[in-house]
Each structure stands twice: as C-alpha cells, then as structure tokens.
Design a protein around this ligand. Structure first.
Ligand SMILES: Cc1cc2nc3c(=O)[nH]c(=O)nc-3n(C[C@H](O)[C@H](O)[C@H](O)COP(=O)(O)OP(=O)(O)OC[C@H]3O[C@@H](n4cnc5c(N)ncnc54)[C@H](O)[C@@H]3O)c2cc1C
Ligand code: FES
Length: 289
C-alpha cells in the first residue's frame, strides 16, 4: 500500500479556517448543460505549496458581495496545485461562478470534511456508484485508485445520468478502463445517439456478485438513488460499515460552528460529508430528514 495519502494532512489554505484565499481560474471546462469544471490556482505560492486534500473533501467558494457555496474537489489529490471544482448552477453563488472566465478570482477556504476511506479499503474490491454530479466528489477517489491500482481487487464504477448529455467526464472512461477498472454507464432516458444501457443506476447492481467480506461501496448522487444503492448493497450482504455515502446539506461555516448542516448527532461539514451507513442509518431512513 502506498501510504503517502495516509500520512498527509489536509492543510487549510490559511491559518484561519474562515479566511478565504484568492485563487485564479486557470481553465474552464464545460461538462454538461449548466455544469462546468473550473481549475483554480492559489495566487499565493506559499498557500499553493502548503495545500493538500483528501478524496471526497470540499472547499467553500466565495464571491464577495454574493456569498459562499460548498463545492467538492473533483481533481487528483496527488496534484493539489491543479485544483478543480465541478459546479452545477443552483442559485446565487453558482450562477455567478458560471459567468466567470479564465483570469477571474474566487475566494477559497478549505479543504473541509471527511473523505472516502481509500486507505481502509486497501485489499478490497471496490464498487463506486455515482449519479449525475455525484461523480465529481468520487473522481478524486477514482484517480487515487488508478494511481495505486495494485492495492485494490476488482474495481467497478457504476455511473448514471438522466440523459447522455448529462454524463460527467465521459472522455475519461476509456482511460479508467485501461487500468483494469470496469466502468458501466447508464442513462434514465436515451436519445437517438445513445447505444448504451438505459435504466437507473442501482439496477446495474443486478449483474454484480460481490464478495461481501471484501467489498467496499462508495456512493454519491441524488439521495433517492443512494437509498436504492444501500438497499442493493445490503441485499448482497455487504456490511453497513463498508457502505460509504457522501451527503449534502446546506452549509454556512463549514467548521462545525453554526449548526446549519446538523444531521442527527453529526455535523456534515466536519463528521461528513462522507459517512458509513451504520452511522447514519436511523436518520437516512427518515424522509426529508
Ligand atoms: C459537501 C458538499 C459538497 C458539494 N459539492 C458540490 C459540487 O461539487 N458541485 C456543485 O455544483 N454543488 C455542490 N454542492 C451543492 C452546493 O453547495 C449547493 O448547490 C449550494 O447551495 C449552491 O450555492 P448557490 O449560492 O449557488 O445556491 P443557493 O442560493 O444556495 O441555492 C441552492 C438551491 O436553493 C434554492 N433556493 C435558493 N434560495 C432560495 C429561496 N430563498 N427560497 C427557496 N429556494 C431557494 C435554489 O433554487 C437552488 O435550488 C455541495 C454541497 C455540499 C454540502
Ligand atoms: S456548516 Fe456550520 S456547522 Fe456545518
């Protein structure tokens, strides 16, 4: 096992966790309708040098006079200077970010939160299940697994979107496959160009025969999708503490101070967003908790 990641600490961009650091947009990559990936570089070389993150963590993106939004880091944790965020237009901040171009400056504080347990999963088979923009916080874990492929057993990525045009990062799937990773893609609704599978993502589980004693599941996507993923994983006797979900709730401080993101006894900004199912089961079962 490569222990670089295990040893590395996630360094905040500043000494004060609430102070954003200016970061310059160096590349803009349209991904799908209303979804764009922004590559950011810290303006201060010392901050750029010190910054690191773990797969699944997020940053707070700040636009003066508009506000802040929690956005997952979607790039390779081994290349923290090449920091990417995949943003879907939702409200004020993301709308304003969508109007920005290369050279624009965004305030950034982080990284925050828990991460996909890529070290704990060493030696396991992995099933990574993504729906829509849920692939963004999973992509750093995928990059980590590709870099350390020999550390894992069978790796399967199940990915879905509402329609073909909404699939994230399709240009990367073949590269992932070339590392002995099975990538299975489905869409809810096909169009005339689509020759692949049609149906919701959890259905892809039907073809899998995982060994429950050595399988870990990572999933992120719409909560209704994750409910079915958990159901299918449990039906295959994968233990609750081997099923990891990334949960999303409104966030404000991101440092476990304001209580905005409280989810049962946990604060999703600090204890989450990645949590094992055994920790959240009683709340996850309650609709709109
Ligand atoms: C840990 C974490 C990771 C995340 N990662 C990503 C990511 O990688 N990419 C991404 O795109 N998003 C991500 N999000 C979601 C993102 O943080 C939210 O969509 C955020 O609210 C966007 O901020 P905003 O100011 O653009 O939208 P907001 O203004 O907060 O609006 C968000 C939603 O609320 C609605 N809304 C806003 N104001 C009102 C109102 N007054 N009344 C009723 N409805 C209202 C809007 O219509 C919209 O649907 C993540 C969230 C979390 C918690
Ligand atoms: S966002 Fe303030 S406690 Fe989590």
């Amino acid at each position: 096992m490569n222990s670089t990641l295990a040893k590395s600490q996630s360094l905040p961009a500043t000494d004060h966790p609430m102070v954003p650091q200016p970061a310059v947009i160096t590349h803009v990559q349209p991904e799908a309708q209303g979804v764009t990936t922004y590559t950011l570089g810290f303006r201060d070389p010392a901050v750029r040098e010190a910054y690191s993150f773990r797969p699944g963590q997020f940053n707070m993106l700040y636009l003066p006079g508009i506000g802040e939004a929690a956005i997952s880091i979607s790039s390779d944790p081994a290349e923290p200077a090449d920091l990417r965020h995949t943003v879907r237009i939702a409200g004020n901040v993301t709308q304003a970010v969508s109007r920005m171009e290369v050279g624009g400056v965004i305030g950034l504080r982080g990284p925050y939160g828990s991460s996909w347990p890529v070290d704990r999963a060493v030696g396991d088979d992995l099933i990574i299940v993504a729906g829509g923009i849920g692939l963004a916080p999973l992509r750093p874990a995928i990059y980590h697994v590709l870099r350390h492929r020999a550390d894992y057993g069978k790796v399967t990525i199940l990915n879905g979107a509402r329609q073909p045009a909404d699939l994230l990062y399709p240009q990367e799937y073949d590269a992932w496959r070339s590392h002995d990773v099975e990538v299975v893609v489905t869409v809810d609704r096909a169009d005339e160009t689509w020759k692949g599978r049609v149906g919701v993502v959890p259905i892809l589980f039907y073809a899998l025969r995982p060994d429950p004693k050595r399988t870990t599941v990572f999933t992120c996507g719409p909560e209704i999708m994750m409910h079915f993923v958990v159901y299918e994983a449990l039906a295959r006797r994968i233990p609750k503490d081997r099923i990891f979900l990334s949960l999303e709730r409104n966030m404000k401080c991101a440092v476990a101070f304001c209580g905005r993101c409280q989810y049962g006894p946990t604060f999703l900004c600090k204890d989450g967003p990645v949590l094992s199912y055994d920790r959240i089961e009683p709340f996850f079962a309650v609709e709109e908790f």
